[in-house]
Design a protein around this ligand. Structure first.
Ligand SMILES: [Zn+2]
Ligand SMILES: [Zn+2]
Length: 354
């Protein structure tokens, strides 16, 4: 049996590069030779034991590669074509998918919370020489020749997620938008708010390098949370409250601040992954009758989403390459995790080459 190198999760705090069998595509699947991937904050949660997956799983969910083999029934593709695959791989055929909730894709019958998130969660993921793509017909997005792997790899997850924060928030032309936290997802939410037509985008963080990058990604004003009363400052900048507040960290403090800067009738668009209990202070919520909307979104996936995001890059509306601050080989991925996890030397995203 032929083998390949893959980044395998063994248990809390333990991952390594292993030799594992090269999988074979079943009907409807595709085998992709991975040419570039990256490490996500969610992978850190997994390694730290904050999100459970089974030991032995290849973790990671942001693949770019080349089709190596097509399973029976996958049509319109050729071996050797370059493809981007979203972090979320909807089947396109279940009740959830056909109701438009692709990320909450079930397995045949009903809905399943986070069911569309399979790579590095319920099936093997991207940091490996080869990867099986489920529901390949719905998930292989051909990469235009003009685009490099580096230009598209961040579309699989963080750009799709970040931009969806602005989309789900219903940002309208002329809106004022505050984005809480300018990590990779928050930076993409900032770019998304700008793309959606916001007149004023306010980026908030505590890290000066990230605030600097926020300006490059489309923030008109940045607020350093170490230096001021954030809520008062954002309310002042927005003339009494923002139309849309995007939460991109997943903590009680930022969630609460996002609520407190919102105008009545405004939308809190939440992207963060929370743990434990999340509380809503009633006065910031106008006792529940302030016409506020709170919406949550899991990264949109599927090949049409990827195609649309690649169009943005192709036509120079979106450039994510400033976020790819570090590059490592698959052999050095554990070191990549360390740099990323400890937020060392200005890291935003680490590109990993198998
Ligand atoms: Zn992710
Ligand atoms: Zn589905």
């Amino acid at each position: 049996m032929e083998t390949m190198r893959a980044h395998v999760f063994h248990g809390v705090g333990r991952t390594s590069i292993e030799q594992v069998p090269i999988p074979e595509p079943k009907p409807g699947e595709a085998l992709v030779r991975v040419t570039l991937t990256t490490i996500c904050g969610t992978d850190l949660h997994i390694v730290r034991g904050e999100y459970p997956v089974k030991p032995g799983l290849v973790i990671g969910h942001e693949p770019v590669g080349v089709i190596a083999e097509l399973g029976a029934g996958v049509t319109g593709y050729k071996v050797g074509e370059r493809v981007l695959i979203g972090a979320i791989t909807p089947c396109g055929q279940c009740r959830a998918c056909l109701s438009g909730h692709l990320s909450q894709c079930g397995h045949g019958e009903g809905y399943e919370a986070l069911g569309g998130w399979r790579f590095g969660n319920t099936i093997n993921g991207a940091p490996a020489e080869y990867l099986i793509v489920p529901a390949a017909q719905a998930n292989l997005a051909k990469i235009p020749d003009a685009l490099t792997d580096e230009q598209v790899v961040l579309l699989a997850d963080i750009a799709s997620t970040g931009i969806s924060g602005a989309e789900s928030g219903g940002v309208r032309i002329g809106d004022t938008v505050a984005v809480f936290a300018q990590g990779p997802i928050g930076l993409c939410a900032t770019a998304g708010a700008k793309l959606m037509g916001a007149a004023l985008v306010i980026g908030i963080d505590r890290n000066p390098t990230r605030l600097e990058t926020a300006r490059r990604m489309g923030a008109d004003v940045v607020v350093d949370a170490r230096e001021c009363d954030v809520v008062a400052e954002v309310r002042r900048l927005s003339g009494g409250g923002v139309d849309v507040a995007i939460e991109a960290l997943g903590e009680q403090t930022t969630f609460e601040m996002a609520l407190r800067v919102l105008r009545p009738g405004g939308t809190l668009s939440s992207l963060g992954v929370y743990s434990g209990k999340l509380q809503i202070p009633y006065e910031a919520f106008a006792a529940g009758i302030g016409d506020h909307r709170i919406v949550t979104t899991l990264c949109p996936g599927g090949k049409e989403r990827m195609r649309r995001l690649m169009e943005l890059v192709k036509h120079s509306r979106l450039d994510l390459t400033p976020l790819l601050t570090h590059h490592v080989s698959l052999e050095d991925i554990v070191e990549g995790y360390r740099i990323f996890g400890e937020q060392r030397d200005g890291v935003l995203k680490v590109a990993v080459k198998p």
